[in-house]
Design a protein around this ligand. Structure first.
Ligand SMILES: C[S@@+](CC[C@H](N)C(=O)[O-])C[C@H]1O[C@@H](n2cnc3c(N)ncnc32)[C@H](O)[C@@H]1O
Length: 189
């Protein structure tokens, strides 16, 4: 995929230098193994801002972008713009920010990457889905902290349980952060 012989300014060299075909064949079985039938005739996949989603849900799983302790947020339109572009292929060329070296997608800074706005964003998210069981993935070294996030979730759900998965390791991460799952429930489960 990366064919030009130029000086690179970002890491992950081994992955980038491996042919796409090899990556594809490595992962295709794993991905196909994730497909299962839930036995229902109708299933829906929506691509919307969470705030525009309508309807009632039994359970809402939330896996927002994450802000590290150093206040660096994962901005998907900046970091993973190729994927965001390819799924909007007909509009892609009008979405590109040509001022950026890596041709990111034009956008405003997301609330999930702003440590001054992320608490309010989680409040809005939990409030919107407070009638459902809420399951949130986050990391133990993030902003907000897990204690903080638990406090926000407790405003909307009477019972909050926490599970930690210590051995989960992100490909590009060097630190020892833990993957956490918070589950917000009602009294009757
Ligand atoms: C950590 S990733 C989720 C990864 C996913 N759970 C998985 O395992 O493949 C965070 C996702 O949140 C999406 N996102 C960011 N802001 C959003 C919003 N306001 N509404 C809905 N999705 C949003 C991003 O586009 C990104 O795909």
């Amino acid at each position: 995929m990366r064919t030009s012989d130029v000086k690179r300014s970002f890491g992950n060299k081994v992955t980038w230098d491996t042919p796409f075909e090899e990556h594809f064949l490595n992962f295709v079985n794993e991905v196909n193994g994730c497909v299962f039938s839930n036995g229902k005739d109708k299933n829906k996949a929506l691509n919307l801002d969470f705030f525009d989603i309508k309807g009632k849900f039994d359970l809402v799983y939330i896996d927002t972008p994450y802000i590290s302790q150093e206040s660096v947020g994962v901005d998907y339109l900046e970091f993973y713009h190729f994927l965001e572009g390819i799924v909007n292929y007909p509009k892609w060329k009008d979405m590109i920010d040509y001022r950026s070296k890596h041709r990111r997608i034009k956008h405003n800074k997301p609330v999930w990457c702003d440590k001054n706005k992320i608490h309010t964003a989680f409040n809005k998210l939990f409030k919107k889905f407070q009638n459902a069981v809420i399951v949130v993935s986050y990391r133990s070294d993030g902003i907000p902290s897990i204690e903080n996030l638990t406090g926000i979730l407790e405003k909307y759900k009477p019972i909050v349980r926490e599970a930690r998965y210590e051995s989960y390791k992100y490909v590009l991460s060097n630190n020892n952060s833990e993957e956490c799952l918070l589950v917000g429930l009602d009294e009757n489960g």
